[in-house]
Design a protein around this ligand. Sequence first.
Ligand code: 2P0
Length: 348
Amino acid sequence: MLNKGIQRTRNYAGLGYNSRPFCVAIEPMPATARAQPNIALIKYWGKRDSHRNLPAVGSISITLADLFTTMRVEFDDSLRDDLLIVNGRANEEMLPRIRRCLDRVAGAHRHPARIDSASNFPIAAGLASSASAFAALVVAADAAAGQKHDTAHLARLAGSASGSAARSLYGGYAELENSGDDIAVRCLRSAADWPLRVVVAITALGPKPVGSTAAMEISRKTSPFYSRWVEQQPLDLAEAGNAIAERDFAKLAAIAEHNCLKMHSVMWGSRPPMIYWNSVTLACMQAVRELQSQGVAVFFTIDAGPQVKAICESADESRVRDAFAATSGVKDVLASGLGDGAALIAND
Ligand code: 2P0
């Protein structure tokens, strides 16, 4: 914990930092981490404890390689207050959530922090930017506070800020479990083990109409399908887990599309209804169906936003990209492989 009033010094033994008062060389200890968003194949939608942000259902995701958020954190007692810069601009809106997360990582009596965040993809548009942001934040803040917590601990901290962020601490195929008394994630398979590709059709830019946290609560309270959704999730998790263990693409495709459409049915059945799709979203789903009918191994998934993510084998990636690029209304097409979990990239 980085306490106000304690002079921190670099520990040259390479064990992080200490707080022995007789050391004289006071240094700032900025740290920079990078994390990739993850795409859920079996979705997290609903909480069993909103205060502790514990999910009501388990989920399985794939961590991307080529979209990322870089986060630099520096605790600095000369600052009057925390300062958050997102893609070069001061951001007040996200600051309360960031501040709460920093308090959990470094303690409520920490120094104020300057946090610089940059993402190489659109944020707040259903591309899991909060997952990569909070995953990178906990890794950077932990190091900037002179701590060295393990991945499981950092995943709990990230998950308490944003449930899906816990999964971005892990690479490849990760399962966020719905058991026990705390947030727990395990890696099912590495990215290198089954290197699928993800092609994203950007169908609209700009923030989503209802944030996920609020939308999940609306679903829990009002959707007649919510209880069945929660009840059936263990079956979907088991089927996807088996498909991943066997590297069975057709099996994974069938259960992932089913789970995605079921989650959106819960949203559509909520009051007020939450419809994140637009007409281009539907056109992209149709483009995937067309590819499937031509024998291409590809499936779609859609999160709380209008973008369509197609998962395919690398041999088919160019056909999927071309199909999305040729779909009227698509604004951009991004592609990524699968990658590793959040990592510290600088600490000096
Ligand atoms: C997922 N989503 O599994 C699902 C699918 C959106 C649709 O996890 O309230 O932003 O911060 O824990 O992490 C979005 O959830 O929600 C999400 P909070 P978060 O990826």
